[in-house]
Design a protein around this ligand. Sequence first.
Ligand code: SAM
Length: 273
Amino acid sequence: MKAAGIDSADLEVRLFIKDVLGITDTDILAGPERPVSEKESQKIELMVQRRLKGEPVFRILGEREFWGLPFKVTPDTLDPRPDTETLVEAALKRFKTMPPKMILDLGTGTGCILISLLHEWPESQGFAVDISEKALLVAQENAERHGVADRIRFIQGDWQGDWSAALNDSFDLIVSNPPYIPSGDIPNLESEVKNHDPIQALDGGKDGFQAYEKIISQLSSLLKRGGAVFLEVGFNQGENVARLAADSCLSVEGVHPDLAGIPRVVEISLGEN
Ligand SMILES: C[S@@+](CC[C@H](N)C(=O)[O-])C[C@H]1O[C@@H](n2cnc3c(N)ncnc32)[C@H](O)[C@@H]1O
C-alpha cells in the first residue's frame, strides 16, 4: 500500500487487522503474538486489494467514527466527515444551558448529526428527513445501535415535502449538511469521493446552492421563535448562504470555522421581528 502511494498505509492496515480479528489497540499491545488464521489473513488481504483499487478505507470497513460513536456507512450514504463535527459542536454550545426539545435534521444520511445530538441530549426528540429510503434505513440502524431510535421519526421526503405541511409542531433546532458541490465540479472531485459517495449526497445543482435556497425558504415556518438553525457549507459558500438567509429576513448569528479555520457552519435564527 505504501508503494502504491497510500501515505497512511500503516494506520489503515492496522484498522483492517483490528476489524477482521475483532481486536482493539490495547489487545495488540497486550498480546502482539496472537496467531492469524488463513481465513483471517485472506480477509485482510482482500481489504488491502480493495484499497489498492481506490476504495476509501471507511467504505471498506463499512463503518466510520463520528463524534466518538461508530456509524454504519453503505454505498447509499455519505461517509460522514470530521468537518461535520463542527456543526454538532456549535449546536451543543448554543443549547448548553437548555437542550432543544425538537430537532429537525434535513438530509440525515447515516444519521450522524442527529444521532450524536440525541446521544448528548437524552430528553430531546428528532425528525430525520432524507430523499433516500435506503439511507434512512441505515440511519435507523445507527439510531438503534446508539439507543436513540425511539426518539426519532424517520421521514422519506424532499426538503420541501408534504411531510412539513402535516407537522403539528415546529422545531427548536434545525440542522443540515445538504449536498453543496456545483454539478460541474463533480467530475473534478477526488476519485475516492466522486466514485464512492452517492451523487445525491454531493450534487448541489448548477451553482451548488440549490438545496440551501429550498431549505432557507421554509425556515421561518419550521423554526420556533428563539430556536436556531445550523447549516454546513462548502469552501467559500458561507457568505452566499448568509446572504440567502438575510434575503429571507432571517438573522445570521455567526459563521463557525472548522479545525482548519475554514468557515464551515452558518448559524441562523428568526431574529427580533
Ligand atoms: C451531504 S449528505 C449529508 C449526510 C449526513 N447528514 C452527514 O452529514 O454525513 C446530504 C444528504 O441529503 C440527502 N438529500 C439529497 N437531496 C435531498 C432532497 N431533495 N431532500 C431531502 N434529502 C436530500 C442525501 O440523500 C444525503 O443523505
